[in-house]
Design a protein around this ligand. Structure first.
Ligand code: 13P
Ligand code: ZN
Length: 269
């Protein structure tokens, strides 16, 4: 089967994906094959590219009309982030969705028909559909398993958005500054299911960062490094809380006055 050679802009995206995949492994967010991502790279490919039988074609799991003709780099299901970091081409696919939405073409990456997109592909597709429908300047959906945020989502009290956001905002001043819309909480749904996709899209309407109850965290962003940073800040905040608690202290947290000062200085509503 034919495959394309990456131009320098696509190669930059692949390099950034490899770097971020390595960071997630080093952070302990990516046991075994945990986590996945899609990066919309449509604008980095020639608009008039001919797509036909010369590329491997695979049926689509769902039809998302806004995604006709769009191209994505996606993690291969089962691939470990530590291996994406070392051998990105083997563990990534560059795909273009056919204009009739019946299938996608594999332009680059993977190891033939054995390499399929992430098991969370339906969530990724529905999220990119939402991003395109709303003309949002975002390319990336990233999902990972950061332990302190997942631990918080195991505690019933913190499944309420106002309570978890108050905690995360008051543990670390950067949270309010970098993620003013806070974290959204998507109720538990089976991994890989369309139900998980639907609760994620519903939560995305108000938040860039989403906790998947008892499973992981996800973020939409302009690029994969930004998505990583959003989750990293939230995870640091959750970790600080557990460090205080496990050393026997109740954290003081940032006061309401200090929060007001941050809102004023950074013009946050
Ligand atoms: P994949 O290897 O299929 O991407 O699954 C990882 C994961 O985290 C599922 O939620
Ligand atoms: Zn997962």
């Amino acid at each position: 089967m034919l495959e394309i050679s990456l131009n320098s802009k696509l190669q930059d995206v692949v390099n950034e994906i490899a770097d971020v995949s390595g960071y997630m492994w080093e952070r302990g967010w990516a046991e075994r094959n945990a986590g996945n991502f899609t990066v919309d790279v449509t604008t980095l490919l020639p608009a008039d590219m001919k797509l036909g039988n010369q590329f491997l074609s695979v049926a689509m799991p769902i039809s998302q009309p806004e995604l006709a003709g769009r191209s994505f780099i996606v993690k291969v299901t089962g691939a470990a982030m530590r291996n994406v970091a070392k051998q990105p081409k083997k563990h990534l696919l560059l795909i273009t969705i056919a204009h009739d939405l019946k299938g996608y073409h594999v332009l680059w990456g993977g190891e033939g028909t054995a390499s399929k997109p992430t098991s969370e592909f339906i969530s990724h597709l529905k999220i990119h559909q939402y991003i395109r429908q709303n003309d949002m300047p975002l390319t990336t959906f990233l999902h990972t398993h950061p332990p302190y945020l997942i631990a918080l989502s195991q505690i019933e009290k913190y499944l309420h958005e106002n309570i978890i956001n108050h905690l995360l905002i008051t543990m670390h001043p950067e949270v309010k500054i970098v993620i003013p819309d806070g974290v959204g909480v998507a109720p538990y749904r089976c991994p890989g299911s369309e139900e998980l996709a639907d609760v994620t899209v519903a939560t995305l309407k108000k938040h860039h960062v989403i906790l998947w109850e008892k499973h992981g965290c996800a973020a939409v962003a302009a690029d994969i490094a930004e998505a990583f940073d959003y989750i990293d800040i939230m995870e640091k905040s959750a970790k600080l809380f557990f460090i205080c608690k496990s050393s026997g202290y109740l954290p003081q947290g940032i006061s309401d006055e200090q929060l007001d000062e941050i809102r004023g200085k950074f013009q946050i509503k």
